[in-house]
Design a protein around this ligand. Structure first.
Ligand code: NIG
Ligand code: FE
Length: 414
């Protein structure tokens, strides 16, 4: 099977020499190949160029799409979600509107613990079917790869159940999926008096059993005030890494928790949230292999402070933007909206927003060699926009779905 997309208004983020991620000033300018073509063979990007260079042989492609007035973008990569969950939590949302804080709701056994209670009652099949609907929804908004965390089990049985669901999703969805063990998402009620006993359980029981079934690519900890301490995080990351799970952690959402530093210490692939980031944290992140990942949906939805994205990029750091799709703090996986929030709330330019939601997020989920940009040999995950005037229109027109045609693994999905 071959597919030619021609007369493209501009091909976005097409790279001759692919990079793993873009940082600081590199994020200011973006490759836009005008009046372009893209040639896909099987599941891979085979070639691209400008219309004056289109080889005659490519005109014999089995499928041809005319993309006049339309842009071709690399699919979004969403490097942080919790989209396998038992139930939505709109009642908490109403309580938040009435004045309760996220921490107050958590202290009353709401929040993550509420989801954990419901998780115990759900079957694997129900979880799978509902998550599949969410995956199909994010595909429609242009996502081509997604990371999904456990963390609503909070005991070995139910963490395994969640991760088995994610394994089935990996096998059934057109999306590229990575799985993360987040056993240390919250301290269960019965361990409140002795949190380190729960950390022991994560280390001695969960991690080895998850590894034995090869269910997780990464290990995560919610390292923050009222949740897990840097010392707990240190122990858990150490244990996970012994089983080949690289760290990707929740850090500095609620306080200067030390999470960023402990993530960097363990060469985490990413540290995520980052609302409490000062010069010390920015310095700790410089010249490391850890992707600072901001989750605008959570800060927006919880009406909390915004991470200093502008300062981070101006200091030369890369920044990734992910959805955090979850029932408590960010009930949307729409990456177009996340990109718009990046511009509106975080003052990121449209170019920076595109890097932050594609190649930089691909890096944050270990996929930048195969996903996140348009380059020869990469997986053909792209979308064709509707007829839009410019790439700036993407974050500007924040309420609309600008995706018209979706191509995943070289196949036209819709
Ligand atoms: O990333 N911050 C911690 N965990 C999730 C929230 C999950 C929930 O409330 O269900 C987050 O925002
Ligand atoms: Fe999260």
């Amino acid at each position: 099977m071959s597919l030619l997309i021609q007369h493209i208004k501009a091909l976005v983020l097409a790279e001759d020499e692919p990079k793993s991620f873009y940082a600081g000033k590199e994020m200011a300018t973006l490759s836009l190949l005008k009046n372009a073509w893209l040639y896909i063979e099987g599941s891979q990007i085979s070639d691209f160029g400008t219309m004056d260079t289109l080889p005659n042989t490519y005109k014999e492609a089995s499928q041809i799409i005319d993309a006049s007035d339309r842009f071709v973008f690399p699919s979004y990569c969403d490097s942080h979600t919790h989209l396998v969950y038992p139930e939505s939590r709109e009642i908490e949302y109403v309580n938040k509107i009435k004045g309760l804080s996220y921490e107050e709701i958590a202290k009353q056994g709401g929040g993550i613990l509420n989801s954990a209670k419901k998780m115990a009652e759900k079957s694997e099949d129900e979880l799978f079917d509902e998550a599949m609907l969410r995956l199909n929804e994010i595909i429609r908004y242009g996502t081509g790869a997604v990371e999904i965390k456990s963390g609503y089990g909070l005991n070995t049985t139910n963490e395994l159940k969640m991760l088995r669901v994610i394994k089935r999703l990996k096998a059934s969805s057109m999306l590229e999926i990575k799985a993360t063990l987040l056993g240390a998402h919250a301290i269960p009620m019965e361990y409140k008096a002795n949190p380190s006993a729960y950390v022991d359980l994560v280390i001695n029981e969960m991690i080895p059993q998850v590894a034995a079934e090869d269910l997780a690519d990464y290990i995560d900890v919610f390292c923050d005030k009222g949740f897990f301490t840097p010392e707990d995080t240190d122990r858990i990351l150490n244990a996970g890494m012994k089983y080949g799970m690289r760290a990707k952690i929740h850090a500095n959402e609620l306080d200067y928790s030390g999470g960023i530093q402990v993530g960097v210490k363990y060469n985490a692939l990413s540290v995520d949230h980052l609302e409490f980031t000062s010069d010390a944290e920015i310095d700790a992140l410089k010249n490391t292999e850890t992707m600072p990942t901001i989750l605008p949906g959570a800060a927006f939805f919880l009406n909390m402070r915004y991470a200093p994205a502008r300062k981070m990029i101006d200091a030369g750091l890369p920044v990734a933007l992910a959805s955090d799709f979850n029932p408590g703090s960010s009930p949307s996986g729409n990456m177009q909206l996340i990109q718009a929030m990046g511009s509106i709330l975080y003052k990121m330019t449209p170019e920076e927003g595109i890097y932050a939601t594609t190649i930089n997020t691909a890096y944050a989920m270990g996929l930048s060699e195969t996903h996140g940009s348009i380059a020869k040999g990469k997986v053909a995950n792209v979308f064709i926009s509707k007829a839009i005037p410019s790439i700036e229109y993407m974050p500007y027109s924040y309420g609309d779905n600008k995706v018209e045609t979706i191509i995943l693994r070289g196949k036209i999905i819709s």
